[in-house]
Unconditional design. Structure first.
Length: 349
C-alpha cells in the first residue's frame, strides 16, 4: 500500500488512535516520510504501550476525549490531516447506554468537525459503518448522525476550507469485540460456538482493506464525499464452520438468537445513494446531498434511475464459499498466530 504524497512532512492526528485502526495505520506510516503523528485518546496505559512498541520520535500522545472540545483544540493545532476513529462501537453496550453513544459518536464527532475547521486542517476523514444505513440500533443511529453532521458542515464550507469526507465499511475482521476472536477462544476452550442466527450475513473486511479505504478517501475526496468499500460476505454459520475446519475442531454449534439491536443483514449503500454514486472499481463515491431548504423544485422532477436499483447489502454482495472464507481467514496475522500456537497448518492443502 502506498502513502499519499501529501502526507510527506505532514502532521497527522488520529482520534481514538490506540484502537485497532490506529495501530494498523501506524504500521503503515512507520516507514513513511510523515512529519508527526499525534495519537489522541483517553487511555493512558494504551498510549504508553504504543509508545514502547513503536519507539518512534515522530509520535506525540495527547490524553483527551472527543467529548471535550478544549482537549481536541489543543491536539488539533498545527495538524494537516485528521483520521476520526474515536467511537463507541459495541452494539449491545450502545443499546444499554444510548446517551453515552450520543455523547461520543454525535457530539464528539461534531467537536472534531468544528475543531478541524477552526484549526484550518486540510482534510478530515470520518470513519462510519454499515450499521449507519437503515439503523435499528443506537450505535448505527449515532453513526448515521455523525455522517449527517459531517455532510451539513461540508455543505456550509467555502472553497479552500477543510475538506470533510466520510468512509463507510462493514465488519473489520478480528477487531476488538468481533466474533472471530470469540469463536477462536471458544474452540480453544472446547466450548460450543455460539451463533446468533446461522443465516445472518456480514461483510468481511480485513483491517488493511479498511486502511486502504481511508487513505483512498484522503487522495480522492471532494468536499462532503462519502466512500463505500465493496466487500464480500458470508453467513455466520459458514464463518464458524471455516474456523472449525482450520483448527480441526469438532465442538458443536449453539444457536443463541439475535442480540440487542442486530439485523439479519447489513447494508453499505442505499439505492438512493447508488443512484448518484460514482463506481470507482473497489469503491463507490457518493457525493454529498447539496440540496438547500428550497424543496419545492424537487416535487416536480423525478428520478427514473432509482427504481431500477437495489440497496447494496450483505445478502446481495459476492457470497464467499467455505474455501474462500478459510483463505480469507488465513490472511489475518492473528488467525495464523493462533493456528501456529495450536500446531495447525497455516496454509490450505
Amino acid at each position: 500500500m502506498t502513502i499519499h504524497a501529501d502526507f510527506q512532512n505532514a502532521t497527522i492526528l488520529i482520534t481514538g488512535g490506540t484502537g485497532s485502526f490506529g495501530n494498523a495505520l501506524l504500521d503503515l506510516l512507520k516507514n513513511s516520510q510523515v512529519g508527526q503523528i499525534r495519537i489522541f485518546s483517553r487511555d493512558e496505559l494504551k498510549q504508553e504501550l504504543m509508545r514502547i512498541r513503536y519507539n518512534d520520535p515522530r509520535l506525540r500522545f495527547y490524553i483527551g476525549d472527543v467529548r471535550d472540545r478544549a482537549s481536541l483544540d489543543g491536539a488539533m493545532s498545527g495538524v494537516d490531516y485528521v483520521f476520526h476513529a474515536a467511537a463507541l462501537k459495541q452494539v449491545p453496550s450502545c443499546e444499554f447506554f444510548p446517551m453515552q453513544a450520543v455523547q461520543t459518536n454525535v457530539i464528539g464527532s461534531m467537536n472534531v468537525v468544528e475543531s478541524a475547521i477552526k484549526n484550518n486542517v486540510k482534510k478530515a476523514v470520518f470513519l462510519s459503518t454499515d450499521k449507519a444505513v437503515y439503523p435499528v440500533n443506537a450505535m448505527g443511529m449515532t453513526k448515521a448522525l455523525m455522517e449527517k453532521i459531517t455532510g451539513a458542515a461540508a455543505r456550509a464550507a467555502v472553497e479552500g476550507n477543510t475538506v470533510l469526507s466520510s468512509v463507510r465499511y462493514g465488519n473489520v475482521m478480528y477487531s476488538r469485540g468481533s466474533v472471530i476472536p470469540l469463536f477462536i477462544e471458544q474452540i480453544k476452550a472446547g466450548k460450543p460456538l455460539t451463533l446468533t442466527v446461522p443465516e445472518m450475513t456480514r461483510f468481511l473486511l480485513p483491517l488493511p482493506h479498511a486502511i486502504e479505504l481511508v487513505t483512498f478517501a484522503f487522495q480522492h475526496a471532494n468536499q462532503g464525499d462519502l466512500f463505500v468499500k465493496k466487500a464480500p460476505a458470508c453467513t455466520v454459520q459458514m464463518l464458524a464452520q471455516a474456523l472449525l475446519e482450520l483448527f480441526g475442531s469438532s465442538v458443536p454449534l449453539k444457536v443463541i438468537g439475535m442480540r440487542h439491536g442486530e439485523k439479519i443483514y447489513e447494508t453499505l449503500a442505499t439505492r438512493e445513494e447508488l443512484a448518484k454514486a460514482e463506481d470507482m472499481g473497489d469503491y463507490y463515491r457518493v457525493p454529498m446531498d447539496d440540496r438547500d431548504l428550497n424543496y419545492g423544485k424537487y416535487f416536480t422532477e423525478g428520478d427514473t434511475k432509482e427504481p431500477t436499483l437495489d440497496d447494496y447489502h450483505s445478502h446481495n454482495t459476492q457470497q464467499l464459499d467455505l474455501q474462500e472464507v478459510k483463505q480469507l481467514l488465513l490472511t489475518l496475522p492473528q488467525v495464523r498466530a493462533e493456528l501456529q500456537a495450536a500446531g495447525r497448518p497455516v496454509e490450505l492443502a
